[in-house]
Design a protein around this ligand. Structure first.
Ligand SMILES: [Zn+2]
Length: 238
């Protein structure tokens, strides 16, 4: 069963019918509510790009949604595009605290903040975390894997040379497959339907079968989520 561990399903709910297992992330309070309604495996949170516009009140309301959520995300730090570093750190520290308090895994955005985020995970004693679309330092991969955290291999592998190096360095036992859909990226149309191609590519690089990759990714998702991911039982999966 193909699995996409990072989808902005609220932006296009029809993506649900592209593959059987989707873990859906949110961007803010409003999309968190929508994600809870439409997703089989919903993550709630405030994206680093949305933190500037979010309020303390949003956080309070978001906390009340955690009970229904499978994970917290998309949350993290972004040192490339976000100006207000203080506020995004304050919000991320809240999510780190919740991860422990509510025993929920994290679906993390850490653009140009890879090591800082890794160290915060250790500081806050986070047990289950996933670095979505990992493009950080190659020598940090071993430490991330050593902690039992997970690395997102994105379908942008089609064109990103750095990401190919990440895939080479990351053992299968730490990989989750993802699209970050719906996202137009340098001519690519990233959506869950890219996952079968991605699995084929990972199998090629790791010298194993596609079936084995699908099975390992599924097992990884169980360890990350702390439970079996739900599959969409109504999908056509053309
Ligand atoms: Zn995303």
């Amino acid at each position: 069963m193909y699995l996409d561990a990072h989808v902005h399903l609220h932006e296009d709910p029809s993506m649900k019918n592209e593959i059987p297992i989707i873990i859906a992330v949110s961007d803010d309070l409003e999309s968190s509510k929508k994600t809870l309604e439409i997703a089989d495996n919903p993550c709630v949170g405030i994206h680093p790009w949305q933190v500037e516009e979010a309020s303390e009140e949003d956080l309070k309301e978001l906390e009340r949604l955690l009970e229904e959520a499978s994970c917290i995300g998309e949350v993290g730090l972004d040192h490339r595009y976000v100006k207000d570093k203080e506020k995004q750190l304050k919000f991320f520290e809240k999510f780190l605290t919740w991860s422990k308090e509510y025993d929920l895994p994290l679906n993390i955005h850490a653009l140009d903040a890879w090591r800082e985020v890794f160290e915060l995970l250790l500081k806050y004693d986070v047990k289950r975390a996933y670095f979505h679309w990992y493009n950080g330092p190659l020598d940090l991969i071993e430490e991330i894997v050593g902690q039992g955290y997970f690395i997102g291999i994105n379908a942008a592998l089609r064109i990103q040379k750095k990401h190919a190096k990440v895939l080479e360095r990351t053992p299968l036992k730490a990989i989750l497959t993802e699209s970050d859909g719906p996202y137009r990226y340098r001519g690519l149309n990233l959506r869950p339907k890219e996952i079968p191609w991605l699995v084929r590519k990972i199998a090629e690089v790791k010298g194993t079968s596609e079936e084995n990759v699908v099975e390992e990714v599924y097992k990884n998702s169980v360890r990350w989520l702390g439970k079996l991911p739900k599959r969409n039982l109504n999908g056509a999966f053309s």
